[in-house]
Unconditional design. Structure first.
Lengths: 628, 288
């Protein structure tokens, strides 16, 4: 059972929704933000996300600017969910396409989609059950169990539409309500019989033109219904006179001809008439609906053949292609984008962006552009470039703002007061201690009382290095009233314990901030990394900062991931500090790599050798650098 | 545009070939006519197509605010007269046919832009505001906040931070751009009343001003050539650094009145349809 199913515009206006189980609005909102704004799905093509006990599946139609989302409990395996999404997309765009294409309509599009959804849902459900039975012929018990379950569910499915329509209080609620209740039953019957139907439909499909004679008998037999079983491709659906046929047999024999119009032009006139008459009479709404669904779903058939015939004219089109490219207003498809994106990918990789990340960015851009139109006087390259800038900007922009000074003040004024704890981690030699002292310098200028904890108990000279920094900083900021002290316990001790002691010491002596320096470690050395978990538990820093070099290339993805995962299940990094940015010019791809692979923002950037050479990240600056 | 010269070359070449091989005859004539048609088409595209859309400069109102404050609902209520169920916006909603109810018939329709509130996609709001300011088509910013959430410090903080960034932009033009803080959801009993919200925002803006001034500078600010190229048009200069709002003074001295920008805080509720005070505010700005 699908808990929540919705179709909404990218602008956030819900066009149609169906709620079978109350799902809290907060959950849906956060899912939508995570998926479509923060882009938290890193699993490539797969468009699903599992959060808590819900799984979300979605599909988008860029050219119409709509997003279709299904939310269901993770426990349930809904095998036909992809088909459902695809067919809803098809139905929705066909039924309401004109309204949706209009970007500035006079009124909100009204989408009475309940009945279509209910019918389609029931059909797919039947189909999936049929499939299961077919596959697991041995396990009879299981199969029948499924069948019973599905029967129950379809009855459930037939109820909600009535609820929804009545609550929506749309004019013709009563009629549609009846129809909705009846429909699933009918289609159920059809589906069952169809299940037994043989491969005949397949034959019909393969030779659509030769079949005009065969078709009538085939339809009457009712076996055509089998089409649902092979439903996989939208093509098959055109054959599916099945459910229609039953209803039509009693009411109006001609209706069946309807399905043929895509294949058989001779029948077209007759079909149209039948169609019209049928729709006029309220009684037949039911059949009308399911046949309408079928005919809509059958359309891809036609468009596919059209694409085939486009072959010869393609040459002609390409002749004018470059004009289109200048003038703009070109509807983009994947082939158009591929070339531009390949260039873009190379460009990004030259900027030190990891291939994996560059590919993801290209995919994002491709997905967001396919089906859209280029602007007037805009070439594809320009469009791709703009989309890429937006994608990079989106990755680099933090989703929550971090204001360290504000947070420190808050902790300071808390009751009881405690020091704010910041710790730096990272690979050897990236500049942890150096950047720690830069942060210290900035905090000292803001009249903070600092304690630096030397928790690098491994590398010789580490404590002395910090002592020198502390001494320098003290001299530099004496006038401004900052206070700084070093907390050290020599070498060889356990870092987590020292950190904890330092924090206790800091609390007792009224320090505002405790800065913890840690030993550098290789991110793929599990022995060294595992001690970080204990460290996070003992010290429990307010902020864990990972220092990463701008110099590092593709490896930055893995570094960020491993460090992010090293603190246990409930703790992540808080932000990155990218050091040595002055040494790489505009090749600052590591930033993108790190934020991409973890979703954690870059807060600071190290730009030189002085205490003052610490900057916050400016996203437009970074985007400019990368796109230059 | 860079591909312009390349594309014109083939035309020239073919004309040459035509003249050299078959003399001055029909082919030249055909080519000539073809060229004229193409030029006419280009001219048409340039003159007419480009003037469509927002670049044409309709008078504009922009709706902004933190996530979940009710921006899209307000948008549909204003534009279509009915509020719709909404989910978080991913992109902007734009209409260029927004009629204010009580204006004279001669009045033109307004453009209304509803911007997503999520931090990651706020950039679009800043650039839309800057474009509209540069074109002098902006008539006001409706900054929608959830008044019932303003009693929670983090939410207030977020609302104030976003407002701060907007004010940094509106302060750049002489006289400022008017901002209405639309305290939405005022029907809820946890809602903070307008007057109180104003002081809360002032206190919070003051804190932000302080900590922004003390914060580490933005990378690439000033000295970097990339940044200076784009100048103020780019939001590089906007969301950052040392910009100081209002009068220089002691901590705690921030007052919204000190700004060039006229900021008003007015209660209302999209849910109850109680938006006439906001519409009245817009109408006042519309005639200016």
């Amino acid at each position: 059972m699908i808990d929540y199913f919705t179709v909404f515009t990218t602008g956030g206006i819900v066009l149609w929704q169906k709620c079978n189980q109350p799902v809290s609005a907060a959950i849906v909102d956060s899912l939508v933000s995570d998926i479509f704004i923060e882009d938290r799905t890193r699993s490539g093509e797969q468009s699903s996300l599992t959060r808590d006990r819900y799984t979300v599946k979605w599909t988008t139609a860029n050219d119409f600017g709509i997003i279709i989302v299904a939310v269901y409990q993770s426990l349930l395996q809904i095998s036909f969910i992809d088909e459902l999404l695809a067919s809803v997309k098809k139905l929705f765009t066909t039924l309401y396409g004109d309204e949706l294409k209009n970007k500035d309509p006079e009124k909100l599009p009204v989408c009475k989609f309940d009945d279509y959804f209910a019918v389609r849902y029931a059909e797919l459900e039947k189909l999936s059950v049929g499939r299961k039975v077919g596959e697991v012929s041995g396990a009879v018990n299981e199969g029948s169990g499924d069948k019973i379950a599905s029967g129950d569910e379809s009855e459930d499915a037939s109820e909600p539409p009535s609820r929804v329509t009545s609550s929506d209080s749309i004019g013709d609620a009563v009629k549609t309500e009846k129809a909705a209740v009846k429909k699933p039953n009918l289609s159920k019957r059809g589906g069952r019989r169809g299940g037994r139907g043989g491969p005949k439909t397949r034959v019909g499909r393969e030779s659509p033109f030769g079949s005009s004679g065969d078709e009538v008998p085939a339809k009457k037999s009712g076996k055509k219904l089998r089409k649902w079983d092979i439903d996989g491709s939208a093509r098959d659906i055109s054959d599916d006179e099945g459910p229609l046929d039953f209803s039509a047999g009693k009411s109006n024999g001609n209706v069946t001809a309807n399905e043929e119009d895509s294949d058989n032009p001779l029948l077209e006139d007759e079909n149209v008439e039948n169609w019209g008459s049928k729709t006029k009479s309220g009684e037949f709404i039911l059949k009308d609906l399911s046949s309408e669904i079928n005919s809509i779903l059958a359309v891809p058939d036609a468009s596919a053949t059209a694409e085939g015939t486009r072959g010869p004219s393609a040459a002609l089109a390409s002749g004018f292609g470059f004009f289109r490219n200048i003038i703009g207003n070109k509807v983009l498809n994947e082939q158009d984008l591929d070339k531009a994106l390949a260039g873009m990918k190379d460009h990004l990789m030259k900027k030190n962006v990891a291939p994996e990340v560059a590919q993801h960015l290209c995919d994002v851009v491709c997905k967001s552009l396919v089906g859209t139109k280029t602007g007037n006087w805009t070439s594809i390259e320009k469009t791709v470039r703009a989309a890429m800038e937006a994608a990079i900007r989106k990755i680099l922009t933090p989703s929550t703002s971090v204001d360290l000074l504000h947070e420190i003040q808050r902790v300071k004024s808390a009751n009881p007061p405690r020091p704010y704890v910041i710790s730096v981690v990272g690979v050897n030699g990236v500049g942890k201690s150096t950047n720690l002292s830069k942060i210290a310098f900035w905090l000292l200028q803001n009249n903070m009382k600092l304690l630096i904890a030397a928790c690098d108990t491994f590398r010789s000279g580490a404590v002395e290095q910090l002592r020198v920094h502390a001494r320098n900083l003290k001299k530099l900021t004496e006038r401004e009233g900052g206070e700084i002290e070093l907390f050290e316990r020599g070498y060889g001790k356990d870092a987590a314990n020292i950190a904890r002691d330092a924090i206790t010491y800091g609390r007792e002596h009224g320090f505002d901030v405790v800065l913890i320096d840690t030993a550098g470690r290789r991110h793929n050395d599990t022995r060294l990394m595992s001690s970080l978990e204990k460290f996070a538990k003992y010290a429990n820093p307010d902020k864990i900062v990972m220092v990463g070099e701008a110099l590092v290339g593709t490896d930055s993805v893995q570094q960020a991931r491993n460090f992010n995962a090293a603190f246990g299940a409930n703790r992540n990094l808080d932000f990155f500090l990218i050091s040595k940015c002055d040494t790489v010019g505009d090749m600052i791809g590591s930033m993108v790599n790190m934020t991409y692979s973890t979703g954690i923002p870059v807060l600071f950037v190290g730009t030189g050798q002085m205490y003052t050479d610490l900057r916050t990240l400016s996203v437009p600056w970074a985007v400019n650098m990368l796109m230059a | 545009m860079s591909s312009h010269p390349e594309t014109e070359k083939p035309d020239v070449l073919t004309t040459h070939e035509a003249t050299s091989t078959s003399g001055y005859g029909l082919p030249v004539y055909i080519l000539g006519v073809g060229l004229i048609i193409i030029t006419a088409y280009f001219a048409y595209e340039l003159l007419f197509r480009k003037t469509k859309g927002l670049a044409a400069g309709e008078p504009t109102f922009i709706i902004a605010g933190p996530s979940g404050s009710g921006k899209t609902s307000l948008f549909t209520l204003l534009r279509y007269g009915e509020k719709s169920t909404t989910l978080p916006s991913v992109e902007q909603n734009i209409t260029t046919k927004f009629w204010l109810p009580n204006l004279p018939d001669t009045a033109k329709p307004f453009a209304l832009i509803d911007t997503p509130g999520h931090q990651k996609v706020r950039h679009g709001m800043f650039s839309a505001l800057q474009i509209a300011q540069a074109a002098r088509t902006i008539h006001g910013v409706l900054y929608v906040v959830d008044a019932s959430a303003m009693s929670r410090p983090e939410q207030l903080r977020e609302a104030a931070e976003y407002l701060y960034d907007i004010l940094r932009i509106t302060e750049r033009v002489r006289g400022g751009t008017d901002v209405l803080v639309a305290a939405n959801k005022s029907e809820l009993f946890t809602a903070v009343p307008a007057k109180r919200l104003r002081t809360l925002l002032e206190t919070e803006l003051d804190k932000i001003r302080e900590s922004r001034a003390k914060s580490v500078g933005k990378v690439g600010a000033g000295s970097d050539k990339h940044n200076s190229d784009d100048g103020d048009e780019d939001d590089g200069a906007v969301v950052g650094g040392s910009g100081w709002l209002g009068r220089r003074g002691e901590k705690g001295s921030f007052k919204l009145e000190d700004l060039e920008t006229d900021v008003m805080v007015i209660d209302g509720s999209v849910d109850n349809g109680k938006i006439h005070p906001w519409i009245a505010w817009m109408e006042e700005r519309a005639v200016n």
